[in-house]
Design a binder for this molecule. Sequence first.
Ligand SMILES: C[S@@+](CC[C@H](N)C(=O)[O-])C[C@H]1O[C@@H](n2cnc3c(N)ncnc32)[C@H](O)[C@@H]1O
Length: 314
Amino acid sequence: MPKLKTRTAQAAIGVRDSRLTPLVLVPGGWEDFSLIDSGAGRKLERYGETLLIRPEPQAFWHPAAPDLWRDAAGEFLGAEAEEDGRWRFRDARPEPWEMGYGTIRFRARCTPFRHLGFFPEQAVHWDFAAARIAARRAEGGNSPKVLNLFGYTGIASLIAANAGAEVTHVDASPRAVAMARENQALSGLDSAPIRWIVDDCLKYLAREAKRGMRYDGIILDPPKHGRGPKGEIWRLDEGLSDLLLACRAVLGERPLFVAATIYAVRASFLALHQALAGALSGLPGEVESGEMALAEQAGGRLLPTAIFARFRGK
Ligand SMILES: C[S@@+](CC[C@H](N)C(=O)[O-])C[C@H]1O[C@@H](n2cnc3c(N)ncnc32)[C@H](O)[C@@H]1O
């Protein structure tokens, strides 16, 4: 009985556990993009010269500079979870427009899915991948092989190729791959070694493992729900552990990196960290994890966007 009392007291006080300390990753200055303000369940962003308002359920606070919101060219109306939200524009709907990240060029567009065809907070992984690839290139030897899973419009693929990797980009949607190829041309990377694959990510990984293909780096940003080109159902909650093990099966002995991001699910960085660390156990390197966020200009707050875990090879 006295033992039980002691335990209860300890639990009530809480014990600081230093095994896993979260990082908060925030992209640095980016000329063509900024989060200007957020609050009251919305965010005001600048994409090139276009100001747009989108729903942001985590903006629990008040906007810091309400006057700035009047300049927005459009707003996406509808809650985060709604499929039938829509854009409303002050003037005509803007045609897709060009933006840049360093030397990489790509088109932004107001998609029916609320976003602009890319995810600015991913810049932290673009830089990470580019730095890891450059470090391996500096050691000499062959170009690192990088796999971009659920690669969508391909910015991560272009950045990895530009840094000197041979890239395999996999996405279920021929339309997404077509947009990625347009971005390749816009970036002047037509002759860069990128294989564009329309396939289901899990099926593709299984085939690559069978063929004995090995990669040095993997970027994966699996959606909550998705479909392969033949209607294969993807559900993150059921499929993530198999996906991570399938990634492990195609990694070489001394991988450079794996960067995994998860959006819009009720999951903690602790869960993702342990899933990735478990899948990659035995490989030389370390897993770090935490949240990704965007720094707001007007109020200086950090707006959380996703959780991540990433492996940094030794
Ligand atoms: C949220 S986007 C990924 C974002 C992207 N990584 C980026 O940073 O821009 C989701 C992508 O996953 C693709 N997708 C969904 N289910 C898939 C599957 N089973 N296999 C391959 N791609 C899939 C979709 O076509 C879509 O392009």
